[in-house]
Design a protein around this ligand. Structure first.
Ligand code: SF4
Length: 241
């Protein structure tokens, strides 16, 4: 997979976390749905449930309360918050109108929805998962068929936009290895930010991914981190190493 074409230089703008530090406000994750189009083997969100979205009116009440308790950034999560484009857009609009920053956590499967949020300036920060190299390894990670063209489109949209974003990769053993980091790195070369995240066995629903991780895993993680920096300067490691 070749790197995504973009002529734009990464913009070093403030992200929601910088905003928080400056303003002393709260950062709140807001799960607007329990549904996800994927079923990642290491996800904490693994139980089969009916597809449910928070009702818009209920969400608005919750947002009003969150403003009262000094919230500065709302991160829309799920499940996958962009499964329902209309709901996500409506909520982003409401949150922006109230003067808060909006972060969206997405798995990148809905590029059209993502594009509209960006074009209408309804989102300040996007965190998009890249779960594996964009080949047959991807569906091993997601546990369900995911259209890789959509993932690629979402990557292109973010890398070509002025919106702040990060790509995130959970380094699950058996899915991510050195080769995978190189391949993903080539795909997102020059991105604004790439976060490598430690696998959390307690979250996994598949037995294979529930095994405790030893020091060797964390050693490997540091190795992945060093590799990732060859492709994305602003790489960070989210792990207690
Ligand atoms: S895309 Fe995210 S929410 Fe959906 S199953 Fe994977 S890790 Fe869980």
């Amino acid at each position: 997979m070749q790197g995504v074409n973009t002529n734009k230089k990464p913009k070093q703008a403030s992200d929601p976390f910088t905003f928080l530090k400056a303003g002393g406000k709260k950062f709140v994750n807001f799960a607007i749905t329990n549904f996800c189009n994927a079923k990642c083997k290491y996800c904490s969100f693994h139980l089969e449930r009916n597809k449910t979205y928070v009702k818009y009116e209920d969400a608005c009440r919750a947002i009003d309360y969150l403003i009262d308790i000094n919230t500065g950034v709302l991160a829309l999560t799920g499940g996958e918050p962009l499964c329902d484009e209309q709901e996500a857009a409506q909520l982003c609009k409401k949150i922006k109108k109230l003067g808060l920053l909006v972060k969206v956590d997405t798995n990148g499967a809905f590029p059209d929805s993502l594009k509209k949020l960006i074009e209408h300036k309804l989102v300040d920060y996007v965190a998009m998962d890249i779960k594996a190299p964009l080949d047959k390894r991807y569906n091993t990670a997601t546990g369900k068929q995911v259209d890789l063209e959509n993932i690629k489109k979402s990557i292109e949209i973010l890398m070509s936009s002025d919106t702040d974003y990060e790509f995130r990769t959970t380094c699950a053993p058996g899915i991510i290895d050195e080769n995978a980091i190189h391949q993903i790195g080539k795909t997102i070369k020059g991105a604004k930010k790439w976060a490598l995240q430690a696998h959390v066995p307690d979250n996994a629903y598949k037995k294979l991914y529930q095994q405790k991780l030893g020091p060797e895993y964390y050693h490997q993680l540091k190795n992945y981190f060093n590799i990732s920096k060859q492709y994305v300067t602003n790489t960070l490691l989210r792990a207690k190493v």
